[in-house]
Design a protein around this ligand. Structure first.
Ligand code: CP
Ligand code: NVA
Length: 316
C-alpha cells in the first residue's frame, strides 16, 4: 500500500474531506465536553520547523497529546539538518522511529523529497507554495458558520456556488485556496498587485474555471461569501519587505471592501496579522471576523487528519 501523505490539498479527495470534516466536528465536540479520546496511544509525531510558528506548533502538539500520542519538536538549528545532513537521510532515520511527520519548510520540492524517503505519512505544515492544513481549517470554519447540514454536521455540498475573495499576495495560501476550489466546487476571486499574481502552474490547478482575476480588490469582494487575506510578506521573503509595502498599499481589506461582499460574509486571516497593513483593525476585530475560531479549528481538523492518516476511517 502506498503511504498516504498530505503534502498539498489535492492529496485527498472530496469524499475524504467529507469524512475528515465530520470527524473534526465529532472530535471537537469531545474536546468541548472534556471527554477523553485516545486513539493514538503509543504513536509519535515528529514536527520539523525550518520557519517560525505559533499556531501550527501548538495545534499539532496539543492535538497529538489530546489523542493520547506524543510529540518530538525539531528545528533546523538544533538538528543536523542545519549542518547539511541530506533531507533524504533525515527522512530515512526519523521515519524509522516515529509514526507521523509534520514539516514546515521552504520549497515544496524539499518536503516531497522527504516524503519520498519516509516510511510514515508526512504532513505539510506550510511550504513556500502551499499551506493545506490552514485551508482545511478555513473550510471547516466556513462550514461551521455557513454550511451546516442535518444535525449541525459540516456539509460540503453547501460550498457549491460560494465565492471566496482573496485580497493580497499570490502566495502559499492563495495557491491552496485555488486547489480547494477546483476540488470542492466553489469559486475564488483573486486580486493581487501586479507582479504578485498567482501562477496557475505553481498552484497546481488544472484549469482557470474555478477562479476569476480582478485588478481592483473592491471588485473581487463584490458579492463574496468570504473575504480573506494574508501578510504582505511571507516567511522567507523578508528581503522584499519594502518593495511589497509599496506594491500592496491598496490591498488592505477595509470596511469598504467588506461592505461590497454579501451582508453575511465572513472575514478570515490565517494569522499572524498586521493591523493597518493587509487588514484594517475594524475588520479583523469586527463582527464578521471569525479568525479566532479559524485558529482554534486548526487543532480540531488536524486531529481528524492525523487520525485518518494513521488509522483510516474509524468511528468513535
Ligand atoms: N497560520 C499559521 O500557520 O500560523 P503559524 O505561523 O503561527 O503556525
Ligand atoms: N503566507 C504566510 C502564512 C503564515 C502562516 C507565510 O508563508 O509566512
Amino acid at each position: 500500500m502506498p503511504i498516504q501523505h498530505y503534502l498539498q490539498f489535492t492529496d485527498l479527495t472530496a469524499d475524504e474531506y467529507a469524512w475528515i470534516f465530520a470527524r473534526a466536528a465529532a472530535i471537537k465536540a469531545k474536546f468541548k465536553a472534556y471527554e477523553k479520546y485516545h486513539p493514538l496511544v503509543d504513536r509519535t509525531l515528529a514536527m520539523i520547523f525550518e520557519k517560525a510558528s505559533t499556531r501550527t506548533r501548538v495545534s499539532f502538539e496539543a492535538g497529538m497529546y489530546q489523542l493520547g500520542g506524543s510529540v518530538v519538536h525539531l528545528t533546523t538549528g538544533d538538528t543536523q539538518l542545519g549542518r547539511a545532513e541530506p533531507i533524504e537521510d533525515t527522512a530515512r532515520v526519523i521515519s524509522r522511529m516515529v509514526d507521523l511527520v509534520m514539516i514546515r519548510t521552504y520549497e515544496q520540492e524539499k518536503i516531497e523529497r522527504f516524503a519520498a524517503h519516509s516510511r510514515v505519512p508526512v504532513i505539510n505544515g506550510l511550504t513556500n507554495e502551499f499551506h493545506p492544513c490552514q485551508i482545511l481549517a478555513d473550510i471547516f470554519t466556513f462550514l461551521e458558520h455557513r454550511g451546516q447540514g442535518e444535525e449541525g454536521r459540516p456539509d460540503l455540498q453547501r460550498l457549491a456556488g460560494k465565492v471566496v475573495a482573496w485580497v493580497g499576495d499570490g502566495n502559499n495560501m492563495a495557491n491552496t485556496w485555488l486547489q480547494a476550489a477546483e476540488l470542492l466546487g466553489f469559486t475564488v476571486h483573486l486580486s493581487t498587485p501586479s507582479g504578485y499574481e498567482v501562477d496557475q502552474s505553481v498552484a497546481g490547478v488544472r484549469s482557470s474555471a474555478s477562479y476569476r482575476v480582478f485588478k481592483d480588490p473592491h471588485e473581487a469582494c463584490r458579492g463574496a461569501d468570504l473575504v480573506t487575506t494574508d501578510v504582505w510578506t511571507s516567511m522567507g521573503y523578508e528581503a522584499e519587505n519594502e518593495a511589497r509595502r509599496q506594491a500592496f498599499a491598496d490591498w488592505c481589506v477595509d470596511t469598504g471592501m467588506m461592505a461590497l461582499a454579501k451582508p453575511d460574509a465572513l472575514f478570515m486571516h490565517c494569522l499572524p496579522a498586521h493591523r493597518g497593513e493587509e487588514v484594517q483593525a475594524e475588520v479583523i476585530d469586527g463582527p464578521q471576523s471569525v479568525v479566532w475560531d479559524e485558529a482554534e479549528n486548526r487543532m480540531h481538523v488536524q486531529k481528524a487528519l492525523m487520525e485518518y492518516l494513521l488509522l483510516g476511517r474509524v468511528d468513535g
